[in-house]
Design a protein around this ligand. Sequence first.
Ligand code: ADP
Ligand code: AMP
Length: 216
Amino acid sequence: MKLILLGPPGAGKGTQAKRLEEAHNLIQLSTGDMLRAAVAAGTEVGVKAKTVMEAGELVSDEIVVAIISDRLDEDDIKAGFILDGFPRTVAQARALDGLLADKGMMLDAVVEMQVDDEPLVGRITGRYTCAGCGKGYHDTFEKPKKDGVCDKCGSTEFKRRADDNEETVRSRLAAYHAQTAPLLPYYESRGVLKSIDGMADIEDVTGQINEVLKGI
Ligand code: ADP
Ligand code: AMP
């Protein structure tokens, strides 16, 4: 199964990708995570990406396409993957078409997570992850069962992203509408676009995605 989860920041792509990974044995490919790893490692790509990410703008197509191209050459993704946060521009979508064709792979579905802008600010400013295993949480919507202890790995260390503040969220939403929303007609015209209600609660959204997958 080869999927794209498409939606603005905070739509729930990462949350659902992690659930799909576990339930369907797929690999989450998040360009945001890959870029944050490059920033943390201080690589050449990381140095270039850091200020762009802090401003809530998009890193160049050239950089992200190169990262994804390398990742798609690895063996573990052969059984299936979920693209989370890529593509984000029509140029990236075209590049992805070329990469998949070269590697003999085809997309099964592009799942659009439809959400309203305003609640996304609260979703993003309340987001945090476990520093041990990366499991995602939210101050209100997805708390650990035991306060301050990760449900999955038991770690008591958590972190918040530098770009998860209100000002940057607004830039990221503007970038989504200007540069990423044109992907909806792009995939619609190819017959692979499936839209779901991303405003429902987390469990319900998982159910809707599973329904889409059953139909493939
Ligand atoms: P994205 O990867 O699309 O940027 P996330 O999956 O990280 O978004 O979700 C952003 C925040 O909102 C997280 O803290 C997550 O726990 C929470 N969240 C995700 N989906 C929902 C939902 N359907 N309802 C309420 N909160 C959600
Ligand atoms: P995300 O983790 O998907 O919210 O991405 C965090 C930030 O990384 C974005 O605001 C962009 O600056 C950058 N980024 C992630 N994926 C891409 C992409 N496909 N194209 C351009 N920039 C990206």
